[in-house]
Design a protein around this ligand. Sequence first.
Ligand SMILES: [Zn+2]
Ligand SMILES: [Zn+2]
Length: 368
Amino acid sequence: MKDYYAILGVSRDADQEQIKKAYRRLARRYHPDMSGGDSESEARFKEISEAYEVLGNAEKRRRYDLFGEDGLAASPFDRGFEGFSSPFGDIFNLFFGGGQGRGRATSPRRGSDLLAVVEIDLEEAYSGVRREIEVPRHESCSLCGGSGVEKGYGHDLCPDCGGEGRFTRTRRSAFGAFTSTITCRRCGGTGEINTHPCTQCGGQGIREILDLVEVMIPAGVDDGDRIRVSGKGEAGQLGGPPGDLLVEVRTREHHAFTRHGRDLHAVVSVDMVEAALGAELEIPTLDGKERLQVPAGSQPGDVFKLRGKGMPEVHSRGRGDLYLSLEVRIPERLTAEQKRLLREFQRARADETGGVMGRLRKAVRQKV
Ligand SMILES: [Zn+2]
Ligand SMILES: [Zn+2]
């Protein structure tokens, strides 16, 4: 338990005037705007202020003497600002040349958006998929509705700044007086403090949760697309609405298909004999199988288009196409029988190729 008398360096039977004097002396020394704002002085100043809040008020001091700190937290009677004798007004007049006024509470603010990244397969992008994502986020406290104050209570006037939210500091020098404004550290400029923090959130107004959020990823979703899940972002402030969750979709590389917008591309492989004689192939697609008729005399790099067999478009009936480019395999090893047959085939073709010059002419003609 904190000994407020020791903190202020006064005896237990000190009168109000002695307590006030002790406080003023210490506050002058440790005030963040006087001490240069190192953390030790700041902590000390907070302690001093806390002690004076209690001992400087006859009723609070009496309860503290009787029950200790517990006597301070539980009483429903010391509401509002009347409990403070507001010594701060005069101390700040003394230091900074005061100014009185009510603090202004900041207005409700919408929570920020959160971004989650989800990796899916191309098959899932093709047909759409439902995902559950664990989202660590803050939620407005259900008990206090985000105010951070226990039910039935309100905020108190900040004793540091007297509700002003800021200090005006005047420095005098040979060149004249310089005035600067400093935001109150204790209340963060709101002019109010919370003396009855909510028991569920400890005055934060928010609590951290691990939320299981369901997100529907629509068919046709593309790499980098973002899906907005409304209200699943960070909690709002002071009763403001929560932000949204943005789910960014990344598509894993597929072993066979490459996506270009709504079209799909793949390489289909045939044997040189199949390319020469023609073949009917069965092509595995993202949702089944398709037949592809490779005509006789097909060349390496020939492209076949399967209309409407590409990716679907999000929220539309449109569909891309599937492009299949032909790769022709040349056998690397031949059996003796296969060699014999190919030589026979070569002899049969000899008169058609027209020797070395014919081959060369053809190559040059193709290049031009
Ligand atoms: Zn303040
Ligand atoms: Zn709460």
